[in-house]
Design a protein around this ligand. Structure first.
Ligand SMILES: [Zn+2]
Ligand SMILES: [Zn+2]
Length: 302
């Protein structure tokens, strides 16, 4: 059985937080990994309210250095220091992230008892295990900005029932079958394809602040979950373009074009708080399976 991906929406506001919405932050949990995508102001209390432990964070991915996406970083780093965080904390972001982190650590001079490794990425895979990888793509938002994908790879698995019936012994022979090699046991030939099936991977893509651009759809192609900056409705198309943001309708277009399965709108401006239907309807013109994120929403992908 494949492990679950859990997504926690810890902040879903646009530039200005509201009573209902905190600055941007999304936590993605998969096995031992807890990846925080953006770290808006107030994130520590959001962790508390959601009953999540910030000490379990393994990596922080920064979309860009506008304040609504990063003001929570010094606070959380300081809390980790006070809470005996004892892992290496990996922080990834677009060009400029190393310099900003250096400045930030100089200004907020807390007792740092753990190691922080900062890496810049501007396209392609930047972290990979045998099971999953993290990928970035450059966006268009006036300053260096990344979109991110978390991708669980396709896997080959043994059909346990068939293995049991075959009475093949556990060990290197089964390993070979799983690797796609046919084997011979007690003079009998066993074909790999009869015992092995492919389990499709999963993909979660997060596209925060950006102007519509041609790189988005190919990057988020076939996402199971596509989370998108929906700062404006297409009523305010001009304003969206001026501020280098997406409209809800454009999010829908991206979801459709990329053949994603589910679209979640986030980065919700206070102007739509009492009229979320407008954003939803705008996106649904293009893509039916659209939802709007609220703070503390949780999503499980099996
Ligand atoms: Zn923003
Ligand atoms: Zn921004």
């Amino acid at each position: 059985m494949a492990s679950k991906i859990k997504i926690y929406f810890l902040g879903t506001s646009a530039q200005i937080p509201t009573a209902k919405r905190n600055h941007s932050a999304i936590l993605l949990n998969y096995e031992g990994e807890n990846i925080l995508i953006d770290c808006g102001e107030g994130i520590q209390r959001q962790f508390r309210i959601a009953k999540l432990n910030p000490c379990k964070i393994t990596r922080i991915l920064i979309s860009h250095w506008h304040s609504d996406h990063v003001l929570g970083i010094p606070g959380i780093l300081s809390t980790l220091a006070l809470s005996g965080y004892n892992k290496i904390l990996y922080i990834y972001g677009p060009r400029g992230t190393k310099e900003f982190m250096r400045d930030l650590l100089r200004v907020f001079n807390f007792q740092k008892k753990y190691e922080i490794v900062v890496e810049e990425t501007s396209g392609g895979k930047f972290y990979e295990t045998k099971d999953f990888y993290l990928e970035s793509e450059r966006m268009h938002h006036g300053i260096p900005t990344n979109a991110y994908s978390f991708v669980i790879k396709d896997k080959f698995r043994l059909n346990k029932n068939k293995i049991q019936k075959s009475k093949l012994p556990f060990g290197p022979l089964l390993k070979k079958l799983k690797e796609g090699k046919d084997i011979i046991h007690d003079g009998k030939r066993y074909k790999s394809k009869d015992f092995v099936y492919e389990e499709k991977g999963k993909k979660v893509s997060i596209v925060l602040d950006t102007l519509m651009n041609e790189r988005i759809a190919p990057f988020v192609k076939d996402s199971d979950i596509l989370i998108c900056d929906s700062s404006f409705s297409s009523e305010n198309n001009e304003e969206a373009r001026e501020h280098l943001h997406l409209t809800a309708k454009q999010c829908g277009e991206i979801a459709k074009k990329s053949k994603s399965k589910k679209l979640i709108l986030t980065h919700i401006s206070q102007r739509y708080e009492n009229n979320l239907k407008e954003l939803l309807a705008d996106a649904k013109k293009e893509f039916k399976e659209t939802h709007i994120a609220h703070d503390f929403d949780e999503l499980v992908i099996r």
